[in-house]
Design a protein around this ligand. Structure first.
Ligand code: ATP
Length: 284
């Protein structure tokens, strides 16, 4: 096999608690992460020349080592002394700087894809270990599951939950740089969800209970940076969605419901504005 085409799936955070800052600069977190069916397309082709060549449909994304797909390919080449190169075509559909782990998921797809086309025979655990060198969300993106995630993102405990609901994503034009949201974090003022309560509500499929327990420590700082996020959240709540929360460090807000008609109402409400609006579902 000389080439492969993979879906790089996005995630949402059904709860995000920042516990504190570590000496190495990373933050200790507890998160409930769920893979969803919004994805980028990543095509990887072996080349005779040793170079890594990246192309993407988004003109403003870097195509050098600043792109996470480039970093993932370089890591695989260096670790396993791969002489050949790769041509990576990245079609982005996941919005950028959105709290949906788009870049991390693209990197995860490159690790998985290169493992296959170069017949490296690496197990998922090894790929996740390599992924952590690229970014804290990469190991989760390799697993593509629903899980309680601890540490900086490397301690992943999957759990099962029902999935008979719809998810709406709404993102304002402006994104939130993850580093900025963390640097503005105020531990006194921000929310600290109890992830065990969130898991319990999810497993019961109890959206009313879920809405009373989900929160995200980074919302407070993201709201300061992009006030439109708070406005979107309030609008989605007023339409009647059962559970509404910002994902990751923003700027996407997701809303959960079992009522299909609410999706249509929300699409109408946000139509013709500069928002990214997308109905999706969780990956089982
Ligand atoms: P997270 O949820 O993990 O915080 P995010 O969705 O907020 O991620 P991304 O879209 O993954 O953020 O990345 C945002 C930044 O990373 C941008 O500054 C962008 O230039 C850079 N970047 C590097 N590679 C990629 C990529 N493949 N896709 C998107 N952004 C990338």
């Amino acid at each position: 096999m000389d080439e492969i085409s993979l879906k790089a799936l996005a995630k949402i955070n059904l709860g995000l608690d920042v516990l504190g800052k570590r000496e190495d600069g990373y933050h200790d977190v507890r998160m409930i992460m769920q893979t969803i069916h919004l994805y980028d397309r990543v095509e990887i082709k072996k080349t005779r020349s040793p170079h890594i060549h990246v192309e993407t449909n988004l003109y403003y994304l870097p195509v050098n080592e600043d792109n996470l797909v480039y970093r993932a390919a370089k890591l695989m080449k260096d670790e396993f002394q791969i002489k050949e190169g790769v041509r990576i075509v990245l079609q982005k559909f996941i919005p950028v700087a959105a709290g949906l782990a788009g870049g991390s998921s693209d990197a995860a797809a490159v690790l998985v894809g290169m493992n296959r086309i170069f017949n490296l025979g690496l197990k998922q655990n090894k790929l996740m270990e390599l992924g952590l060198k690229i970014g804290a969300d990469v190991p989760f993106c390799i697993m593509e599951t629903c899980a309680l995630v601890k540490g900086i993102g490397e301690r992943i405990t999957p759990f099962a939950m029902p999935c008979d609901f719809h998810i709406l994503l709404v993102k304002p034009a402006m994104g939130v740089p993850t580093g900025k949201a963390f640097s503005m974090l105020d531990f006194e003022k921000c929310d600290h969800p109890d992830c065990n309560e969130v898991i319990h509500a999810l497993q019961q499929g109890d959206l009313a209970q879920l809405s009373s327990v989900i929160s995200n420590s980074l919302e407070y700082s993201a709201f300061q940076l992009v006030p439109e996020i708070a406005d979107i959240k309030h609008q989605l709540q007023s339409i009647g969605f059962e559970a509404v929360l910002m994902s990751g460090s923003g700027s996407t807000v997701f809303a959960i419901t079992r009522k299909k008609e609410l999706l249509r109402q929300a699409e109408k409400r946000f139509h013709n504005k500069t928002y990214f609006v997308c109905c999706t579902a969780i990956k089982q």
